[in-house]
Design a protein around this ligand. Structure first.
Ligand SMILES: [Zn+2]
Length: 490
C-alpha cells in the first residue's frame, strides 16, 4: 500500500446541443451538436454576428433552451436548484475572446451540492458535484507555422461546466466518473459527448497527502484534456510525479500544468504567484434568472430515464448479467434497440437473454468492423428477432444464422427473404441425411475403424463431412445422431 493518498477533482466542459448560441441567434456549429463526420463543417467565421464577435454595444439575450438543459443536468446530478441565478463577467484578455471577458456564472450557478454514483469493481462510490453552471465557449485558435488563425464559429456556443468535489482517489475512479457523466449527458440529449470534436473537455485537480493526513496537499490543475486517454494518462503521470517529489523531500507548488500528449508528461503553464484574478462582477446586460418551482418540476417530468435507472430496470425486468447490462445500456440507442428486440421477442417466443446475446455478440462485431453505430444499423429489431425465431424452430442452423445476419446488416433485407433467395433452409429430412451419412461412412473406412477402436471423438469429423456435403445446411444434431446409430449397428 502506498504511503500517500491521492485526492482528485474533475471539471468538465460540455457543449450543449442547442439550436442557437448562448446569447445570440447564430447557429451552433455541427461539431458542437455531434453533427458527426457526415456533415461538412461550416466555413470558418461563417456562423457569427456582432454579439458573438464581441462588438462594442451588441447586447446579449440568454438562450432559454440552454438554461433549461443545464437545469435538467443539475436535476439529474441531484443538485439543489436556486430560486435566482445570474451571469457574471469573467474578465481576462486572450485572442479567442474578443470582448475581453467571458459571460459565465460564479456566485450563483444553476445547480449546487449534487452527486453522482459511480461503480468501481463491485463498489459504489458517491462523488459530490459542487457546481453546475452555464457559460459561453470561446473562439478557436489554430496555429499554423508562425501564425495563428482564429475561427469564431465556436464563440458563444453554450457551455456547461460541471465541477466535482475532490472526491476521487484513483485513476479508475476518474475513468468511471468521466464515463458515467458522459453517458448521463448523452442519455439526456444534452451533449454529444464527442471528444474528438471538442464537445466535451476535462480539467483535473490532483494533489496528494501522506496517508491519514486531513489537510489537502498543494493542488495542481491540469488543463485542456481533450480525450479520455489524455485525462487518465495525465492524472496517472501527475500522481507519480508528486509522489516522487514528496519522497525526495521536494516541495509541490500550487500551479497550472499542461499535458504533452506526445511526451506523455505534464508541464508548468502558470504558477500560483501569477494566477489570474478574473474580477468577476454581475453581467449588467442580462437580467437575473428567476427560477420558479413549477418550471423546475416541469423539467423534472420531461427528464429521460437516466443510465442508472435503466441499469436497475434491465436487471429486474430482463434478468441479464451485469456485464450484458453494462454493454446494452452504454448509450440510449443500444438500450432502445435491445428493448424493441425484447418486446418483439415476446410475440415470437424469443427470450430477452437470447436477443441480448446476439446483439452484444454478432451484431456488435459487425458494427465494430464497419465502424458504425447502432443508430445507423439497417436491421430493424423485429427482423433480428425473426432471424432468431428461424434458428429456434430449426429452420436454419447457427452458422447459417450468422451468415444471414451479415447479409441483413449489409443489405437491410428480411431474414426469410435471404434464406429463400439463397436456398439456406436447414436440411432436417431424415432419409436424405441418412443416405448422406451412409456415403460419408463408406468414404472413410479408416475413420470408422478408429471409432470402433474406441476413439469416439472422430464422430465430430464425420459430422463435419455431412455438413460439408450440404454446404453447412444439415441439422448437425440430427446428422450426429444418425451417424452414431449407424456406427453402433454396423
Ligand atoms: Zn452570434
Amino acid at each position: 500500500m502506498s504511503d500517500y493518498e491521492t485526492v482528485i477533482g474533475i471539471e468538465t466542459h460540455a457543449q450543449l446541443c442547442t439550436a442557437s448560441k448562448m446569447f445570440c441567434r447564430c447557429q451552433v456549429p455541427a461539431s458542437a451538436v455531434g453533427g458527426g463526420d457526415s456533415q461538412q463543417p461550416s466555413p470558418p467565421n461563417s456562423l457569427v454576428c456582432p454579439v458573438c464577435l464581441g462588438m462594442p454595444g451588441a447586447l446579449p439575450v440568454a438562450n432559454r433552451q440552454a438554461v433549461e438543459q443545464v437545469l435538467i443536468a443539475a436535476l439529474a446530478l441531484n443538485c439543489r436548484i436556486p430560486e435566482r441565478s445570474w451571469f457574471d463577467r469573467k474578465n481576462y484578455h486572450y485572442p479567442d475572446l474578443p470582448k475581453g471577458y467571458q459571460i459565465s456564472q460564479s456566485q450563483s450557478p444553476l445547480g449546487r451540492n449534487g452527486w453522482i454514483d459511480i461503480q468501481v469493481d463491485a463498489t459504489i462510490k458517491r462523488i459530490a458535484i459542487s457546481d453546475v453552471h452555464l457559460e459561453e465557449d470561446t473562439g478557436k485558435l489554430t496555429h499554423v507555422g508562425g501564425s495563428s488563425l482564429i475561427d469564431f464559429n465556436r464563440s458563444g456556443v453554450p457551455l456547461m461546466e460541471i465541477v466535482t468535489a475532490p472526491d476521487m482517489s484513483s485513476v479508475d475512479e476518474v475513468r468511471e466518473y468521466a464515463l458515467e457523466l458522459r453517458r448521463l449527458l448523452r442519455y439526456l440529449g444534452l451533449c454529444s459527448g464527442n471528444m474528438e470534436q471538442g464537445a466535451m473537455r476535462f480539467e483535473a485537480n490532483v494533489s496528494i497527502r501522506p496517508q491519514g493526513s486531513s489537510t489537502l496537499g498543494a493542488r495542481v490543475e491540469i488543463k485542456n484534456l481533450n480525450s479520455f486517454r489524455a485525462l487518465l494518462r495525465s492524472v496517472e503521470y501527475e500522481i507519480e510525479r508528486q509522489q516522487r517529489a514528496l519522497q525526495q523531500g521536494l516541495p509541490i507548488d500550487r500551479e497550472t500544468r499542461g499535458w504533452d500528449e506526445e511526451k506523455g508528461v505534464t508541464y508548468v503553464q502558470r504558477s500560483k504567484e501569477t494566477a489570474e484574478d478574473y474580477r468577476y462582477f454581475p453581467e449588467p446586460d442580462l437580467p437575473v434568472l428567476e427560477i420558479d418551482t413549477v418550471w423546475v418540476e416541469r423539467l423534472r417530468q420531461q427528464m429521460a430515464e437516466l443510465p442508472q435507472q435503466r441499469r436497475t430496470r434491465f436487471a429486474s425486468q430482463y434478468g441479464l448479467s451485469p456485464y450484458e447490462i453494462a454493454l446494452l445500456t452504454e448509450d440510449r440507442d443500444t438500450a432502445e434497440y435491445f428493448e424493441a428486440a425484447a418486446n418483439a421477442g415476446r410475440e415470437l417466443d424469443i427470450s430477452p437473454k437470447v436477443a441480448a446475446n446476439w446483439i452484444t455478440g454478432d451484431l456488435f462485431g459487425l458494427l465494430n468492423a464497419a465502424h458504425r453505430d447502432i443508430g445507423d444499423v439497417r436491421i430493424p429489431p423485429r427482423q433480428l428477432v425473426e432471424l432468431l425465431a428461424l434458428l429456434a424452430e430449426n429452420a436454419i442452423n447457427i452458422p447459417t444464422a450468422k451468415h444471414v445476419l451479415r447479409v441483413m446488416f449489409e443489405t437491410g433485407q428480411a431474414p426469410k427473404e435471404i434464406v429463400v433467395a439463397e436456398g439456406l433452409g436447414q436440411i432436417a429430412d431424415r432419409d436424405r441425411l441418412a443416405s448422406l451419412a451412409d456415403s460419408v461412412l463408406d468414404a472413410h473406412p479408416d475413420i470408422v475403424a478408429q471409432y470402433k477402436g474406441g476413439k469416439q471423438t472422430v464422430l465430430r469429423f464425420l459430422v463435419g463431412q455431412v455438413m460439408k456435403a450440404t454446404q453447412g445446411r444439415a441439422d448437425p444434431q440430427l446428422a450426429s445422431q444418425l451417424l452414431e446409430e449407424k456406427l453402433r449397428s454396423a
